[in-house]
Design a protein around this ligand. Structure first.
Ligand SMILES: Nc1ncnc2c1ncn2[C@@H]1O[C@H](COP(=O)(O)OP(=O)(O)O)[C@@H](O)[C@H]1O
Ligand SMILES: [Mg+2]
Length: 184
């Protein structure tokens, strides 16, 4: 029963992709933004930047409490890569396009700049890598949420196949001399 985390900068289409993926799979969505708002994830308040701050260390513990065994989940949010799932999807968007999307949300200049810069510098990917996640990057600059969901489904299939067909037999390791003889 897989757990898919979908992370990435704001505006890369995490919420939209998660909804499309739910349509295609029936998996449940855990939306980190919603959980923070409802107080199910502990957070503080940054007065200067006027944003909630989630403690990355307690996040995984708080979210895992909501997971019922035997069910599949899509966990989506800008900090989703802090939660260990089976595959860690990071949505990416060309910074110029992302900037336009965030401005359209009515965000102020500084907030847009900060987030576009994070996208430019691969921040989510670098964090996910350092946490040892199995990363799948998907470019949503041109591809819409449906296409993103399809890519995630394909990544999930690959992941499942790998689990099922992990090679067990290796003759070449057993017969190196024979291998050399036949010139392989
Ligand atoms: N793949 C996409 N291509 C173009 N626009 C998108 C895509 N995904 C989402 N959008 C649009 O971008 C905005 C942000 O999408 P959303 O899913 O809320 O992103 P996030 O959850 O990552 O912040 C929305 O207006 C949405 O319609
Ligand atoms: Mg969202």
């Amino acid at each position: 029963m897989p757990i898919i985390t979908i992370s990435g900068s704001p505006g890369t289409g995490k919420t939209a992709a998660a909804r499309e993926l739910r349509k295609a799979t029936g998996f449940r969505i855990i939306s980190l933004k919603g959980l923070v708002k409802s107080g199910k994830i502990s957070s503080g308040w940054d007065r200067k930047r006027k944003v909630r701050i989630v403690d990355e260390k307690t996040l995984e513990r708080d979210v895992k409490k909501l997971i019922k065994p035997g069910r599949s989940y899509i966990i989506e949010g800008g900090l989703a890569h802090f939660i260990k799932g089976n595959i860690c999807v990071i949505l990416r968007t060309d910074p110029a396009v992302l900037s336009r999307r965030l401005k359209r949300r009515g965000w102020g200049r500084e907030k847009v700049r900060e987030n576009v810069m994070a996208e430019m510098l691969d921040e989510s990917v670098i964090e996910a890598k350092s946490l040892g996640r199995k990363i799948v990057e998907i470019d949503t600059t041109k591809a819409g949420p449906e296409a993103a969901a399809l890519s995630i489904k394909m990544a999930l299939n690959n992941y499942r196949l790998q689990r099922k067909y992990r090679p067990k037999i290796n003759w070449t390791g057993k017969y190196p001399k024979l291998l050399a003889k036949i010139g392989a």
